[in-house]
Design a protein around this ligand. Structure first.
Ligand code: ADP
Ligand code: MG
Length: 686
């Protein structure tokens, strides 16, 4: 990096902190968007909820003291003016702006006593850049952080670095993709793709470059999947299982319900896997409420019968505790000891639990991320269960897995991946699906309403409480924020407990409560000592209270479809008819409206997942983590289906047998292997 003009020790350090250690990394630091004449919108034509780029001159700027201090800049072009607003960094912005300067601003248009953009992406245009744009050039805008700007590496500074590299870099990057593959898929060569994603001559070259880089990314990602699969096929487990014994049947018979056909057949699959020679890697998917937990617990019991231990990791403390409380007694009656490990336990308790686990005194250890810490060890870890697996990173799953010697792996999710993607993402896992619901469940009645009918909604809650029902009311925020005009759980609690719901027993939970306090409230709710629980999305995953039959989601237009479906899964867990009322607050975007329509039209998780992916639309990667999809920089899982297919075919060839490969394909294999080991090093194995 030090050979790049303009990079001294200080800048090098900051760049390294952004993942740019060598020149190659600079080339892979892609622009966030581009400025050119074709995507600049006259200010007068802006509409609410539109995402747009404008160019204008600073007409006025200064601090505004309202409900909350903010910095405002009035930007004007030939057609009109708009205000740009910052709630943070007022001091910093004061020094940035001068009247008469030209800026390009990119952001979402909102309306509050006039059109405005809150925290837009900003690019100061010198005369020269402005001219370049007007001369039809396309200017890359790089992702920015405060730290980068501080050392002068704002978008313009980054442009200087990348253009220096392109002008002075003599050596080209080797292109490992054989020419035939490039031709078949009509892809740019690597060097062209990289240059043009930074400095395209034509707008459409950005997309062509992206496709080439996406192809590489898909190859690298799926290489890991292929490699895992082939590794698994060659690993032999050390322990062998005895036939399932009487204790298991007795345990299942002692449950207060009969297992569904789906639960039975999946349990059989898992038992067979456990007895097999190679370690199990199984994904258990099934819609919210279908009863995955009991299947996992039964598997843990079988593992315990064979003198091995199970680690059962859940994404939240609430959920880990709930599993533990629910299963501790039944397991103990079957002679199996269990334990709980979460971060909020006292240090002494954690230590004691870890000691018992290391000594093999705990056979099934439930817990959160706390399980992956180094001080937690197992005497003989046989099975790793990951609940709501999409909530964990690869790294976390790997760390837990590495605590055993090739243990069996069962991951569970209620967010099914559309069939079309399952192979790509989970090609290394065998998939089991529970399709049926426990008997007697009624589909959740779902409606969406505007906020003007809220009085009726509250009356419904009161009537329901009169009949012994319980209600969740979900809010997007803990406390009021000036930046977002949304309802918060704290305000609602103040209002409702004295107002509309004063005759009900009301409490609230959110992520900022102390664990003990939160548990106390959830326990009361579960025991029927509360009628209404106001909450944030902390209740999203796994919470189980079969007596809760009503849910109201405020600002439903703000939530993703998969998330709404997850939330809905908190109700309808018993025999009574359950109702979800999704309350939308205007303005509701078109996409928001379509999400709500999907939500009301089906309760099938698979359909929801497909629709969710479709509605995310091109390039929208927000919330991908939540839905269990990998974070890809250039590839897009919906649009790039053809690339996914093509890259998978190529990998099948590469893995069919190294010796039968031509030289070009051998070097590709070796290259991918090298990239994979770099990733392994970052992830610490697994
Ligand atoms: P999920 O698949 O969403 O994790 P859970 O395992 O939390 O679902 O189960 C949801 C609820 O259904 C729990 O209260 C559980 O005790 C109950 N349950 C599970 N299996 C059955 C069954 N076969 N019959 C009746 N209730 C069941
Ligand atoms: Mg669950």
């Amino acid at each position: 990096m030090q050979y790049v003009k303009g990079v001294g020790p200080r800048r090098a350090e900051v760049l390294a902190r952004h993942g740019m250690h060598e020149v190659r990394d600079l080339l892979f630091y892609f622009p966030r968007h581009y400025l050119d004449r074709s995507n600049i919108v006259p200010i007068a034509t802006l509409k609410q909820n539109q995402s747009a780029t404008i160019i204008g001159t600073v007409k006025a700027h200064g601090v505004l003291h309202g409900r909350r201090r903010r910095y405002e800049v009035i930007l004007q072009d030939d057609s009109g003016a708009i205000s740009l607003i910052w709630f943070q960094g007022v001091r910093y912005w004061e020094r940035v702006f001068e009247k008469g300067q030209i800026f390009a601003a990119t952001g979402m248009v909102s309306y509050f006593m006039g059109y405005q953009m809150i925290h837009p992406d900003l690019e100061r245009l010198e005369e020269e850049t402005d001219q370049l744009i007007h001369a039809g050039r396309i200017i890359p805008i790089y992702p920015q952080t405060a730290e980068l700007s501080k050392v002068g590496l704002n978008s313009k500074g980054m442009r200087k670095l990348t253009s220096f590299v392109f002008d002075n870099l003599v050596e080209k990057l080797p292109d490992y993709l054989p020419e035939a593959e490039r031709d078949d898929n009509r892809l740019f060569g690597l060097n062209d793709a990289i240059r043009k994603i930074h400095y395209p001559d034509q707008r459409d070259e950005v997309e062509r470059s992206r496709r080439r880089l996406a192809y590489d990314e898909l190859l690298e990602f799926q290489f890991l999947v292929f490699r895992n699969r082939s590794r698994k096929e060659t690993t032999v487990k050390k322990h062998t299982y005895r036939k399932p014994g009487k204790r298991l049947t007795e345990f299942i018979e002692s449950l207060p319900f009969k297992l569904t056909e789906g639960q039975k057949s999946v349990s059989r699959e898992i038992f067979n896997d456990l007895r097999a020679e190679h370690p199990m890697s199984r994904l258990l998917q099934g819609d919210v409420g279908c009863g995955k937990t009991v299947v996992a617990v039964v598997a843990g019991l079988y593992v315990a019968e064979n003198d091995l231990q199970t680690a059962f990791m859940a994404p939240t403390e609430i959920l880990a505790e709930q599993h533990y409380r629910m299963w501790k007694e039944p397991l103990a009656r079957a002679g199996v000891s269990s334990g709980l490990l979460t971060s909020s336990l006292k240090a002494g308790e954690k230590k004691e639990t870890a000691r018992r686990c290391a000594a093999g005194e705990i056979q099934i250890l439930f817990g959160t991320h706390a399980l992956i810490y180094d001080y937690v060890t197992f005497r003989a870890l046989g099975l790793v269960i990951i609940d709501e697996q999409h909530r964990f990173g690869v790294e976390q799953r790997g760390k837990l897995y590495d605590k055993g010697d090739n243990p069996d792996l069962l991951v569970m999710t209620a967010t099914p991946i559309p069939r079309t993607l399952a192979l790509t993402l989970y090609g290394d896992l065998d998939i089991s699906t529970i399709k049926d619901m426990p008997a007697g469940r009624k589909p959740i009645r779902t409606v969406w309403r505007g906020k003007d009918v809220r009085d009726k909604v509250y009356q419904f809650v009161i009537d329901d409480a009169g009949k012994g029902g319980q209600t969740y009311i979900v809010y997007p925020l803990i406390e009021k924020s000036d930046q977002m005009n949304l309802e918060s759980v704290e305000d609602a609690y103040k209002d409702l407990s004295k107002g509309a719901l004063k005759d009900c027993r009301v409490a609230m939970v959110h992520g900022r409560l102390k664990a003990a306090e939160r548990d106390r409230i959830l326990e009361k709710f579960r025991n029927g000592q509360l009628d209404v629980l106001l909450a944030t999305t902390v209740i999203e995953v796994g919470l189980d209270n079969p007596n809760a039959t009503t849910m109201i989601i405020e600002h439903a237009e703000r939530f993703g479809l998969a998330q709404l479906h997850q939330l809905r899964g908190r109700i309808g867990r018993g025999k009574k008819q359950a109702t979800l009322i999704a309350v939308a607050h205007p303005p509701v975007s078109e996409i928001g409206q379509r999400r709500l329509e999907y939500l009301t039209s089906t309760t099938d998780g698979f359909e929801i997942a497909e629709a969710d992916l479709e509605l995310r639309g091109p390039g929208e990667i927000f919330g991908i983590r939540q839905s269990g999809l990998p974070e890809l920089r250039t590839a897009r899982l919906v649009q790039d289906q053809d690339l996914i297919e093509a890259s998978r075919k190529l990998l099948e060839r590469l893995f069919a047998g190294y010796n039968s490969l031509d030289t070009g394909y051998r070097s590709l294999y070796k290259y991918l292997e090298k990239r994979a080991s770099v990733k392994d090093a970052h992830l610490g194995g697994g």
